[in-house]
Design a binder for this molecule. Structure first.
Ligand code: FAD
Length: 313
């Protein structure tokens, strides 16, 4: 469906920022309304993209291609805006016990986790994962905000339904946890610990320590540790303490202190897949770009490009 009027983007988190970038690239008129980042996932999301994840050390099919495409988009933005966003990382992940280690070692020896995990990266208590990277989400959001505020395209306000329905062009809700248009999407709270750490020569800045909880050096004597995902208060307290216990253990050889708890909410769907497209019955008028879950950095660039194509008609 051809929709040539200016696109209104509600929300400038990761989703809204990438959609605005794609529209700008395509020379399409757009405006953004954003309600601020008090609860936004992109303010606290670590932006890690990791080829081997979870308790089962799983590697998703097609990961390499998706990762390369996503990273290329962030690189384009880096070049166009003159900001540094992407950092390559190596992960040193510790086994919990031999029961966890044995099957992973066997898969590595059979080459099943190559090229990210190889025999030479196996240690007695840990294994190395190569090929991970991070996009600095707060830096991306701040740079986009400065750019589009200066261009008079971004207004700081909460878009109302009434304003949305009177907008002459298409409206795309990139509103994260404030979204209530799709009942299957549910908010999940998440916390990351911000730390001060003493730099150590034997802990290079591109190495993430990981024992189920990752500790990511973010530069200038700082690190992030996390993240926990919680549905209620009781769970939040327990998860935060578990996070702290892991940090105490992993940083036993490093001087450190906790400087903040960063909390946000992200949207997730029952099948963990994002929701991106026109709302039923509102085709060409109103759509959503949401439900990025814990894989926003990997998934959002391709979905934003799809949105730009959809809007081009
Ligand atoms: C603790 C934590 C750790 C995470 N770690 C990772 C990770 O390592 N890797 C990874 O890929 N992902 C991670 N994620 C997930 C990732 O951060 C999210 O998938 C992504 O940031 C979601 O972006 P979004 O734009 O959909 O939502 P948000 O970032 O929440 O942005 C929504 C924006 O919409 C605005 N808004 C809402 N309603 C309105 C309205 N009516 N009008 C105008 N504006 C409105 C809000 O103010 C906000 O700015 C993590 C998330 C959390 C919480």
């Amino acid at each position: 469906m051809k929709t040539s009027a200016s696109v209104l983007i509600a929300g400038q988190g990761l989703a809204g920022t990438l959609l605005a970038w794609e529209l700008e690239r395509a020379g399409r008129e757009f405006a953004i309304v954003d309600a601020g980042h008090a609860e936004s996932a992109s303010r606290v999301g670590a932006g890690l993209v990791n080829p081997v994840t979870g308790e089962r050390w799983a590697s998703a099919p097609g990961w390499a291609e998706k990762s390369a495409k996503a990273r290329a988009v962030f690189r384009e933005i880096e070049l166009a805006w003159g900001v540094s966003l992407v950092r390559e990382l190596r992960i040193r992940r510790e086994w919990r016990d031999e029961a966890e280690a044995a099957p992973v070692r066997a898969r590595v020896m059979r080459g099943e986790l190559a090229p990210w995990m190889r025999a030479e990266g196996l240690e007695a208590r840990a294994a190395w994962i190569e090929g991970a990277w991070r996009v600095d989400l707060p830096a991306l959001i701040a740079a986009g905000r400065a750019r589009w505020s200066a261009a008079g395209r971004l207004r700081e306000a909460r878009l109302t339904e009434a304003e949305a329905s009177s907008w002459p062009g298409p409206v795309v809700w990139c509103a994260g946890a404030a979204e209530d248009k799709l009942p299957e999407l549910r908010p999940v709270g998440g916390e990351t610990l911000e730390l001060r750490i003493e730099p150590r020569a034997d802990w290079p800045g591109d190495v993430v320590r990981h024992d189920g909880v990752w500790v990511l050096p973010t530069g200038e004597g700082r690190a992030w540790a996390g993240a926990s995902f919680v549905r209620d208060e009781a769970e939040r307290v327990a998860r935060r303490e578990a996070l702290r216990a892991s940090v105490r253990r992993q940083l036993a050889d490093v001087g450190w202190r906790e400087t903040a708890v960063l909390a946000g909410r992200r949207m997730t769907s029952p099948d963990r897949a994002p929701r991106s497209g026109w709302l039923t019955g509102r085709e060409g008028r109103e759509g959503v770009f949401n439900g990025l879950g814990s894989k926003g950095a990997l998934l959002a660039p391709a979905l934003a490009r799809e949105w730009a194509d959809r809007l081009a008609g």
